[in-house]
Design a protein around this ligand. Structure first.
Ligand code: CMP
Length: 152
């Protein structure tokens, strides 16, 4: 199998993760995997931004609860970089429903509820580009590999 290309993806530690004091645990798992944090910020998501983020889910039965939850307190937004970062981050995050997420994943080990499922992670490179732009200006993304350094 060919080595994946270097990608960027968006992760949100949702308000339940912040409230439960799991920011370090979640970010630590992603960092230890080898994903690089190229931007990070804590913010409270306004309803307008939440609606843009989750536009694809508008009209679904769980949409009101989703918007209510994601705007209910501060989140930590991360831009992560690495080979196949989108798929690798989704693997570490686990299935959307924590009740069936595999042990060893963030949701499988640490969450039980479907709406308070601790993290959001972009599901494709296109979604990642769109979602990263919702939370970070281009100049806020700070790659820290040295010029000429081999990417691992
Ligand atoms: P997230 O990865 O942030 O994307 C959409 C969110 O909607 C999802 O995580 C869940 O928190 C929430 N959600 C609630 N119910 C459902 C459902 N039945 N299917 C998918 N997502 C759901």
């Amino acid at each position: 199998m060919a080595e994946g290309s270097v990608e960027r993806t968006l992760v949100l530690v949702k308000p339940d993760g912040v409230r439960r004091g799991l920011v370090g645990e979640i970010v630590g798992r992603l960092e230890r995997k080898g994903l690089r944090i190229v931007a990070a910020k804590m913010l409270r998501i306004a309803p307008e931004r939440a609606q843009r983020h989750y536009a694809e889910h508008q009209g679904k039965p769980f949409y009101p609860a989703l918007i209510q939850h994601i705007t209910s307190g501060p989140v930590v937004a991360l831009a992560l970089e690495g080979r196949s970062a989108v798929a690798v981050t989704r693997l570490l995050t686990g299935a959307t429903n924590p009740q069936i997420a595999a042990p060893g994943t963030i949701r499988g080990d640490l969450a039980l509820g479907l709406t308070p499922n601790l993290v959001h992670a972009s599901d494709s490179p296109d979604a990642a580009a769109r979602e990263l732009a919702l939370y970070f200006a281009p100049e806020e993304l700070l790659p820290y590999a040295r010029v000429g350094e081999e990417y691992f």
